[in-house]
Design a protein around this ligand. Structure first.
Ligand SMILES: Cc1cc2nc3c(=O)[nH]c(=O)nc-3n(C[C@H](O)[C@H](O)[C@H](O)COP(=O)(O)OP(=O)(O)OC[C@H]3O[C@@H](n4cnc5c(N)ncnc54)[C@H](O)[C@@H]3O)c2cc1C
Ligand SMILES: *[C@@H]1O[C@H](CO)[C@@H](O)[C@H](O)[C@H]1NC(C)=O
Ligand SMILES: *[C@@H]1O[C@H](CO)[C@@H](O)[C@H](O)[C@H]1NC(C)=O
Ligand SMILES: *[C@@H]1O[C@H](CO)[C@@H](O)[C@H](O)[C@H]1NC(C)=O
Ligand SMILES: *[C@@H]1O[C@H](CO)[C@@H](O)[C@H](O)[C@H]1NC(C)=O
Ligand SMILES: *[C@@H]1O[C@H](CO)[C@@H](O)[C@H](O)[C@H]1NC(C)=O
Ligand SMILES: *[C@@H]1O[C@H](CO)[C@@H](O)[C@H](O)[C@H]1NC(C)=O
Ligand SMILES: *[C@@H]1O[C@H](CO)[C@@H](O)[C@H](O)[C@H]1NC(C)=O
Ligand SMILES: *[C@@H]1O[C@H](CO)[C@@H](O)[C@H](O)[C@H]1NC(C)=O
Ligand SMILES: *[C@@H]1O[C@H](CO)[C@@H](O)[C@H](O)[C@H]1NC(C)=O
Length: 616
């Protein structure tokens, strides 16, 4: 019976020529579908459901599925389905990915890691079709079976009803940036928030139910708005919005609800410190407003308790600050020519990296107190500070140790490369930008995060205490150097709200954030055709690489950028707030309709997690 039902559903969906790629996917995976609750969904139920959401229910399929059909004929694609050519050209383009439902930033979350079911291209060579052509197959993996293009609270309410009735798991997908795979799940129904794109500015925003005294400048963002648009809007309105360092991360979804760090967070707070109001549909079916004057418990939970847990947010309003200029220091190190054989091509000499990091850490406490934030890797560092906190002369004095290092590096490089073009080679600069938006445009044009690449990540919050004596500084540098030598890439996000206290405990992220100066991340990557054992080895690799830092720091990590297998994750992500978060979860979602990996109230046995490894 199940398999005839599938055919019934498929023919009901009229998966004919117009949706050619999908039938390939389904035909290689009929067993996957037949074992799921979808097999009990009659075509009439699906039809009714589709009508309830005004025809905005669609079948989900992997991003690269059209390539499995060698589909290069746009007449075969629906309005929203790109051709294989477009997919190949856009495979590593972050915005293009977020515009496509079946695409995730780190494509392992399109796959089922425990079965090997996938439909990926080779990120090292997206022009090659071999990965999706026989003997390889194109399978749906973890891409949700169906999705609703969400327009209003009614869609979310309909999805809750449908899930309660059919036991089909729900996922919320916004941009698909999640490093922990919380925006996909096999055989699920997804709520896609991408097209909620309204933006408006209110110089005197009063949270609903509050009084005029509480008015603050606020920008209201539909849940699908991404940072690149929010920043452009802020520029146009001569205001500052504090957001992340990636163009295409969402401003109201997982980023905000899990914490939301920025290079400005040291003095201006995390995303959760600045949010003024959420509009959210809780799993009990209610469309609610959460702010400091109503549903305060829910407001607390949404300020750090994590996305995908307490409801579907349809919009958020966030504090707008006056526009501010920035002083910016940039130092780059030259690649070590001896490195080309070691797989670390392009990286600087390890001793230069160590010297740069030592200077950062020796000055770490002072720079944090003064208000600096930024980002650093083994080969470069960028520090920024709002212009009203310090004059440019003081900024130069403050950063003197780093600037002197840069000058020395530059001098040595020029001596070794007497005929080189002076615009090339290592640089050190202190410059000003008129606004965060202009700085960000420069930053994002120079620094593009890896997209379309399979990634295992691990991270740690590094507390102020670890910078406090020279012995501790040496220990920290050693731990970082060691971790870096074990992984593909290590980043310092100098983004902790270390000068931004939360005395009234209005946010639910771990309090360790405010005791910290750095959030350090490291990654290992793998290819489209890595074996299961190789993938597991990558997850184990980052876990081992972070071990030294884990041993020497308190249990504290950022829920959005943590090891998928973070030990003791409840304490690491939420510290003393966990018990209260769990109570709030049970209050608003008594039937546990919303579930995600390592989220508050995590039920690890659910089949929606069948594609996560359990033996890392
Ligand atoms: C390249 C890159 C750069 C990054 N840079 C930063 C950075 O600078 N600062 C930082 O803090 N983080 C950063 N992150 C991490 C980022 O915060 C997380 O990936 C986050 O989960 C992204 O949220 P999203 O809504 O865009 O993505 P999604 O993957 O779509 O969603 C993430 C989670 O939030 C849930 N969710 C999404 N929308 C909603 C909604 N409307 N209501 C309820 N739940 C929802 C999903 O169910 C899922 O659990 C970065 C990640 C990447 C890949
Ligand atoms: C839902 O209805 C719309 C409009 O009638 C149709 O285009 C779409 O294919 C339907 N979706 C499904 C999954 O049947
Ligand atoms: C699609 O067509 C373009 C030219 O129109 C060609 O270069 C490309 O190789 C084709 N791709 C596939 C997958 O057939
Ligand atoms: C496109 O659709 C036609 C039928 O309309 C079909 O014959 C053809 O094989 C399809 N082409 C591809 C590349 O899928
Ligand atoms: C977006 O803005 C338009 C125009 O103000 C409004 O009609 C619409 O309801 C808004 N959509 C949402 C989802 O808020
Ligand atoms: C932009 O805002 C800043 C800070 O509030 C103010 O000094 C400046 O005059 C404004 N510029 C314009 C063009 O309004
Ligand atoms: C130096 O390099 C820059 C940037 O690559 C280029 O524009 C410039 O023409 C070069 N100058 C010389 C003298 O080669
Ligand atoms: C780092 O700081 C934590 C928290 O204060 C402390 O427990 C730990 O001993 C410190 N470790 C080192 C090596 O400095
Ligand atoms: C904390 O709460 C008190 C009492 O409500 C209030 O006066 C104070 O301004 C709040 N502090 C912050 C930083 O919001
Ligand atoms: C994986 O694919 C690459 C091409 O992308 C190829 O060079 C390599 O040999 C393949 N590895 C295995 C184990 O098949």
């Amino acid at each position: 019976m199940p398999s005839t039902l599938i055919h019934e559903i498929l023919s009901f969906l009229s998966l004919s020529a117009a949706l050619g790629p999908i039938s390939v996917v389904a035909s290689t995976s009929s067993t996957a579908y037949s074992q799921t609750p979808w097999s009990t969904v009659s075509s009439s139920l699906l039809h009714t459901f589709n009508t309830t959401v005004d025809g905005r229910l669609s079948q989900g399929f992997p991003f690269a599925a059209p390539c499995a059909m060698m589909s290069n004929d746009s007449s075969n694609s629906t309005g929203t389905t790109p051709t294989c050519d477009q997919i190949q050209a856009g495979y590593l383009d972050e915005e293009f990915r977020t515009n496509n439902f079946g695409a995730y930033t780190n494509p392992q979350w399109e796959t089922c890691q425990t079965t090997g079911d996938q439909c990926l291209l080779d990120w090292r060579d997206p022009k090659s079709l071999a990965p999706v052509l026989p003997p390889n197959q194109c399978k749906p993996g973890s891409v949700p079976s169906y999705f609703i293009d969400v327009e209003s609270e009614k869609d979310v309410q309909a999805a809750y009803d449908f899930s309660r009735r059919t036991e089909i798991p729900l996922v919320i997908k916004n941009t698909g940036h999640d490093y922990v795979g919380r925006s996909s799940a096999p055989n699920s129904l997804a709520l896609w928030t991408h097209n909620l794109r309204n933006i408006s500015y209110s110089p005197e925003f009063i949270p609903e139910g509050c009084t005029k005294d509480e008015a603050k400048p606020g920008v209201t963002l539909g849940a699908g708005v991404q940072w690149f648009e929010a920043y452009a809007f802020a520029e146009a309105n001569n205001i500052t919005l504090v957001g992340g360092s990636d163009r295409s991360v969402g401003a109201s979804g997982g980023w905000l609800q899990g914490g939301g760090h920025s290079m400005l967070s040291n003095t201006m707070g995390l995303g959760v410190d600045r949010v003024l109001q959420f509009k959210v549909v809780t799993p009990d079916g209610q469309y609610r407003i959460a702010n400091e004057c109503q549903n305060e418990d829910l407001f607390f939970a949404l300020r750090g308790g994590g996305g995908g847990t307490f409801g579907v947010v349809l919009e958020s309003t966030t504090l707008a600050s006056p526009q501010t200029s920035l002083h910016v220091v940039v130092l780059t190190l030259p690649p070590n020519t001896e490195n080309s054989k070691t797989g670390k091509a392009g990286k600087p000499h390890p001793s230069q990296t160590k010297q740069m990091w030592s200077i950062m850490i020796q000055n770490g406490l002072r720079w944090a107190q003064e208000g600096w934030g930024g980002v650093a890797s083994s080969s470069a560092v960028i520090y920024i500070i709002p212009g009203h906190l310090m004059s440019k002369e003081d900024a130069a004095r403050s950063m003197e140790p780093l600037i002197e290092l840069g000058k020395g590096v530059r001098k040595d490089w020029e001596a070794a490369n007497p005929n080189a073009n002076s615009t090339t080679g290592p640089q050190v600069v202190l410059t000003d930008f008129p606004s965060w938006g202009t700085f960000f445009d420069w930053f994002a044009s120079e620094n593009v995060a890896s997209v379309g690449v399979n990634v295992a990540l691990a991270s740690r919050l590094i507390p102020k205490d670890n910078f406090s004596t020279s012995q501790k500084q040496i220990q920290l540098v050693d731990n970082l150097v060691n971790a870096n030598s074990m992984t593909d890439n290590l980043l310092f996000l100098i983004d902790a709200p270390s000068s931004y206290p939360d005395p009234n405990k209005t946010t639910s992220v771990t309090e360790t954030w405010r005791d910290s100066i750095y959030h350090v991340t490291m990654i290992s990557t793998w290819n489209w055709n890595s074996t299961m054992e190789e993938k597991k080895a990558k997850y184990r690799n980052v876990r081992n690489a972070i071990e030294g830092l884990r041993r020497d720091t308190p249990d504290g990590a950022y829920s959005n950028e943590a090891d998928v297998y973070e030990p003791n994750h409840e304490v690491s992500f939420w510290g003393a707030n966990y018990e209260r978060l769990l109570e709030i979860k049970n209050k608003y979602d008594p039937d546990h309709l919303l579930n995600c990996w390592h989220c508050v109230g995590w039920k690890q046995e659910l089949s929606q997690y069948s594609c996560y490894f359990r033996d890392i």
